[in-house]
Design a protein around this ligand. Structure first.
Ligand SMILES: O=C(CO)[C@H](O)[C@H](O)COP(=O)(O)O
Length: 247
């Protein structure tokens, strides 16, 4: 059976990201349906070309998938620092700021992306937005006192005039969804996010909040996949950026 159109777009973006991989690299592997394509294609290429790659996964799910694809998976502490992380996103704006965490892996995704020379996002066109905020913002919180933390998050959103309709605890069937790090996630339906930096700072300052799904100034490049199999590469013009860093 052929791929549906959105899978064609995701696969196209993942395949284009593969061109950035070189023998000997230490790679961060994202989580989600688009990152899954990258891991599969990476495994195939590593096998075909006998590449020596060291991978750090952003979730248990991805670690299992990468191992089944024959890739060497180590912990971030074993790898130390990464050359490149390739991950998906729920939204990206013209400044390549992101909302991530729809798949529940935002904390490890942010740690891994931050420990990388480069973070490249692969996404289909539906993730491209003018302003972040249509996708509910995931906020990872510790389980202790979670209802109190959720209430303070809601107050903070009200104070910043970004509160939308609902803030909900993410569920997994009848139970709260628990992240790989043992935390809960609340999904915040917001009005349009104006100052993403300030919002992230205010939320991160709340005791009990571990991390938000706002990825500000972390992503270096977005590869957008289209349903006809084409791709577009988006980058921020940055004179400080060394053009030779990317191939
Ligand atoms: O942030 C993520 C997981 O925590 C994913 O990258 C994001 O949800 C996009 O997933 P998909 O590629 O399935 O649309």
């Amino acid at each position: 059976m052929g791929l549906d159109r959105s899978e064609i777009a995701k696969r196209a973006a993942a395949k284009a990201a593969l061109d950035l991989v070189r023998d000997g690299m230490r790679l961060g592997l994202g989580t989600g349906s688009t990152a899954k394509w990258f891991v599969d294609l990476l495994g195939e290429r590593a096998r075909a070309e006998g590449l020596d790659l060291t991978c750090v996964a952003t979730s248990l799910r991805t670690a299992r998938q990468a191992e089944s694809a024959g890739l060497k998976v180590v912990t971030l502490d074993e790898a130390g620092w990464l050359d490149l992380t390739v991950d998906g996103a729920d939204e990206f704006d013209p400044d390549l700021n992101l909302i991530k965490g729809g798949g529940g892996a935002l904390l490890q995704e942010k740690i891994v992306a931050t420990a990388s020379d480069r973070m490249v996002v692969i996404a289909d066109q539906s993730k491209q937005v003018e302003h972040l905020g249509a996708f509910p913002l995931p906020v990872e919180i510790v389980t202790f006192g979670w209802e109190t933390t959720k209430a303070i998050v809601e107050e903070t959103l009200e104070d910043m005039d970004v509160a939308g309709t609902l803030t909900t605890l993410r569920m997994d069937g009848d139970e709260p969804f628990v992240t790989d790090c043992g935390n809960f996630i609340i999904d915040c339906r917001l009005k349009r996010i104006g100052d993403a930096d300030e919002l992230a700072a205010q939320l991160n300052a709340i005791p009990g909040v571990v991390e938000t799904g706002l990825f500000i100034d972390i992503c270096d490049r977005v590869i957008v996949g289209y349903e006809d199999g084409g791709v577009e590469v988006l980058e921020i013009d940055d004179e400080e950026e060394d053009e030779d860093d990317f191939v």
